[in-house]
Write a protein that binds this ligand. Structure first.
Ligand SMILES: Nc1ncnc2c1ncn2[C@@H]1O[C@H](COP(=O)(O)OP(=O)(O)O)[C@@H](O)[C@H]1O
Ligand SMILES: [Mg+2]
Length: 571
């Protein structure tokens, strides 16, 4: 689908080719999201039973009224008035119950959308870093926005119609058989024909809707990529290339949208034709073959309406229901992805504050066929400053990924203060580290909030102290609103300034071990000097890893590890 999807694990690959039919499993899975609104569903079903039941009883009552009128010969106005009143009452009640169904359907649908978004956001937090390394961000975002909406909309339409239709159809069939089984034998095949034509086309439609939604996801991913990389795209003069790929996908989307919409509009004319034919059949055969009275013919005509209208409705809403299930299977594909493995039973908080790090015979590769590390060992004494150098792609960042347990070694182990990091809970392990990366990450909130991100309860004094240690206090004070300035909104900061804020943020967390991954690569030499000063400040008495290209950055390191070009084990 998109670049980067190539190295997905097989579980994640399910995402793009989920099932395209509604199964009982899907329906029960959907119940996961209705959560606390189960009472609403029960009330909805009750209201649907009443509303559907009245749709069945009213025509029979009308038929009986007409027949009784015929028997009396002359029109009895009191009789007519009373019966018309009762009939009116029935239809009024039916309308009222329909309204109740609609109310609860809306409640449940809104709640479901909420739960889907909640489940997805909870899941996204628990997914391993490898998921984000392999999924474009925009694509993930559409799951939140479009899919939650589509599920909610489909759910709404489904709930509005399903139970009422079920009660109406079952009740109607029962009453029809009671009145004339012969006529029922004529009408049922017509109903089956109608349902068959509607559902076969609907099934086909799901496929098109799925590809439509996948394309929408892919296009959002592209647009997002373009937004992030707008400078690069312009600098490379690749606007045309982006537009070309966008145009192509847009064309595809257009085609599959048209196909999907066309396919989903097909059932309507077909069912209408069957519908009209059946009215003629009831009229023509009713008296002669079915032996129906005039009243009964009225009842049957209304009963056929009971059939045809909901079936027609159902085919009209299949569009939304199918889109909902397409979305649902995409959402489940995300929800069913493997999470970071559970922390082991013995997972402690990690003991000492020493900071000794040991890599023991570590072997690791992102994929089976390419090892990044093969039997790699390293000892870092507590408080040491270790510089890691080597060409791009040699595995410097990977080494840090392993240390933070973003990825797990294939074999060998990593120990901190003599404890295997697999025995330390991830949260505790990561809390011991402070990490500054080349890409800075600031929120559109005040500088104060940005520095205090990891410790919102920090006092102003602590924030300022951290900023001072990070050599950021000076420039912050010169900003129009000082610590209340919102970077990105009030003012645009330089890379170096952003970097110093990120360092201040880490400093405030007071971690035991520090990682600086090419944090100085994108800044000028003066800022670099400041960052290195800040880092030296931070690393006093702590273990620190510094990854850098410039030799000036790594000056004063206790140990320099040079990673070679990754060995390609298998040709
Ligand atoms: N998430 C990933 N999935 C697959 N391969 C990756 C992933 N991250 C990095 N790699 C590959 O692993 C190798 C080492 O990458 P990295 O550790 O980022 O290098 P660097 O030394 O530049 O920090 C590179 O060949 C890179 O393409
Ligand atoms: Mg790197």
């Amino acid at each position: 689908m998109l670049s980067g999807m190539g190295n997905l694990n097989p579980d994640a690959a399910k995402m793009s080719d989920g099932k395209s039919r509604i199964s009982l499993k899907d329906l029960t899975a959907l119940l996961r999201f209705t959560g606390t609104s189960k009472i609403s569903i029960v009330l909805l079903i009750l209201a649907a039973i009443f509303s559907g039941g009245l749709q069945v009883v009213a025509p029979a009552f009308l038929g009986a009224t007409i027949d009784n009128m015929g028997e009396t010969g002359n029109v009895d106005l009191t009789y007519l008035g009373i019966h018309a009143g009762i009939l009116l009452g029935m239809y009024l009640m039916a309308a009222l119950f329909t309204w109740v169904v609609s109310y609860f359907a809306n409640v449940v649908a809104a709640k479901t959308a909420l739960e889907v978004r909640r489940a997805l956001s909870a899941k996204l937090v628990r997914l391993p870093v490898s998921f984000y390394d392999t999924h474009p961000q925009g694509d993930t975002a559409t799951h939140f926005i479009n899919d939650a909406d589509a599920i909610s909309e489909g759910m709404l339409q489904g709930l509005l119609n399903f139970f009422t239709v079920m009660v109406t159809i079952l009740g109607t069939v029962g009453f029809m058989i009671y009145i004339s089984w012969k006529m029922t034998l004529i009408i049922l095949p017509m109903a089956v024909l109608m349902i068959w034509s509607a559902t076969t086309i609907a099934k086909k439609t799901t496929k098109y809707f799925k590809s439509q939604q996948n394309l929408v996801g892919s296009i959002s991913g592209d647009v997002e990529e373009n937004l992030y990389g707008r400078k690069e795209i312009k600098a490379f003069g690749c606007e045309e290339k982006f537009l070309g790929s966008f145009r192509e996908k847009n064309e595809q989307l257009n085609k599959s949208s048209v196909t999907a919409q066309f396919a989903s509009s097909l059932p309507n004319p077909v069912t209408r034709f069957v519908d009209s034919t059946t009215y003629i059949l009831i009229g023509a055969l009713g008296v002669w073959f079915g032996g129906l009275s005039v009243g009964n013919i009225t009842t049957f005509i209304l009963y056929w309406k009971n059939f045809s209208k909901p079936i027609n409705d159902l085919t009209n809403i299949t569009t939304q229901v199918m889109a909902a299930f397409a979305s649902l299977s995409r959402v489940f594909a995300i929800l069913d992805l493997p999470e970071e493995s559970e922390d082991t039973e013995t997972a402690g908080s990690g003991n000492g504050k020493e900071g000794e790090v040991l890599f023991e015979h570590v072997t690791f590769g992102y994929t089976k066929d390419k090892k990044i590390f093969d039997d790699f060992s390293l000892r870092v004494e507590p408080g040491q400053k270790v510089a890691i150098i080597g060409p791009t792609g040699c595995g410097k960042t990977t080494l840090m990924n392993l240390l933070m347990r973003f990825y797990e070694p294939d074999s060998g182990r990593i120990l901190i203060d003599g404890q295997d990091i697999r025995e330390i809970s991830r949260a505790d392990l990561r809390r011991r580290f402070g990490m500054v990366l080349q890409e800075t990450w600031l929120l559109e909130r005040s500088i104060r909030d940005n520095i205090a991100y990891g410790r919102p309860e920090a006092t102003d004094e602590e924030v300022i102290a951290a900023a001072k240690a990070a050599r950021a206090h000076g420039f912050i004070k010169r900003l129009p609103d000082g610590y209340d300035t919102v970077p990105g909104k009030d003012i645009s900061l330089s890379e170096g300034q952003k970097q110093l804020l990120c360092i201040a943020r880490v400093l405030l967390m007071d971690p035991d071990l520090l990682i600086l991954d090419e944090a100085t690569s994108a800044v000028d030499t003066l800022t670099e000097k400041r960052i290195v000063e800040a880092f030296d400040n931070m690393t006093k008495g702590r273990t620190g890893f510094i990854i850098a290209h410039r030799l000036s950055t790594i000056a004063g390191a206790d140990q320099v590890i040079k990673l070679g070009q990754a060995k390609k084990d298998k040709p």
